[in-house]
Design a protein around this ligand. Structure first.
Ligand SMILES: CC(C)(COP(=O)(O)OP(=O)(O)OC[C@H]1O[C@@H](n2cnc3c(N)ncnc32)[C@H](O)[C@@H]1OP(=O)(O)O)[C@@H](O)C(=O)NCCC(=O)NCCS
Length: 232
């Protein structure tokens, strides 16, 4: 390994967070949540019953089954956070955006992160919600989308603070309406006052440029030859 500048001891590559620095400079989301690390994967059919067991639906209609069905139709991606084979969180990315027409018209083509929850409650505040939001952003970026949004209840300022810290902003208010059927056959209807927040996503081009720059810097520091076409 080459030494840098006047330093007599070689600086180990990993002590310089080149990726983090470049991603920051190039506008990439820099999100290194501390705490509990989860593996986040799209829901599979065999996961639905496990999810229902660990995070029961308030309605007799399983919302995990409904969200998995939406994913099967291509309307959404239902992300599940796993920790040691136990589901600890979930979030649905609705590719056709918010169900509310006023939001959809004002934010055309903007997918919505919906139904974000970390469970059990004792696991909250450990970075899992941040990891789910980041995973959803990565999915949307991979699809070439330039913005993503989410609705947050006005009665949930703690969640709103988290989203604003992650770069989400907005003022569009609307009513989020939904219904639940209980085991006695009674429907319960809800209308939560919400605000829609959105965030620009990094352009794919920046990501490619950053990756290429990182490869060149790594090569310069380690003496390794970067992969890719050679120009003679
Ligand atoms: C909101 C939620 C998904 C965030 O996930 P999380 O894993 O707790 O969040 P992170 O650990 O990544 O970030 C912590 C931040 O989340 C916010 N937060 C919101 N609700 C919280 C809760 N019940 N417990 C802990 N943090 C919460 C806090 O602002 C906290 O920031 P702080 O450290 O400055 O206090 C999770 O707390 C949750 O499931 N809450 C109940 C359901 C809900 O409100 N969903 C949001 C619908 S829009």
């Amino acid at each position: 390994m080459r030494s840098i500048g006047a330093a007599t001891t070689p600086i180990p590559y990993k002590t310089i967070d080149i990726e983090g620095f470049l991603m920051f400079v190039l506008g990439e989301t820099v999100c290194q949540p501390q705490g509990v690390k989860a593996t986040i994967l799209p829901c599979r059919d065999i996961d639905v019953a496990t999810l229902e067991h660990h995070n029961p639906s308030p309605s007799v209609h399983s919302f995990h089954a409904r969200r998995f069905a939406n994913q099967t139709l291509g309307d959404s991606t239902y992300l599940v956070a796993w920790r040691e084979r136990v589901p600890v969180g979930r979030a649905e990315i609705k590719w056709d955006g918010c169900a509310d027409d006023t939001v959809k018209n004002a934010h055309p083509g903007v997918p919505e992160i919906n139904g974000l929850e970390v469970f059990p409650e004792t696991l909250r505040g450990n970075g899992l919600g941040t990891q789910l939001v980041t995973a959803a952003e990565t999915e949307a970026t991979a699809r070439g989308l330039d913005r993503i949004g989410l609705g947050v209840a006005q009665a949930n300022p703690a969640a709103r603070r988290l989203y604003e810290r992650l770069g989400y902003h907005g003022t569009h208010t609307y009513l989020d309406r939904y219904s639940c059927l209980d085991s006695l056959g009674t429907w319960h209807h809800f209308a939560d006052a919400c605000v829609f927040l959105s965030k620009p996503l990094p352009r794919q081009r920046s990501r490619v440029a950053a990756t290429s720059l990182v490869a060149r810097l790594r090569a310069a520091l380690t003496g390794a030859r970067p992969h890719g076409p050679r120009h003679m």
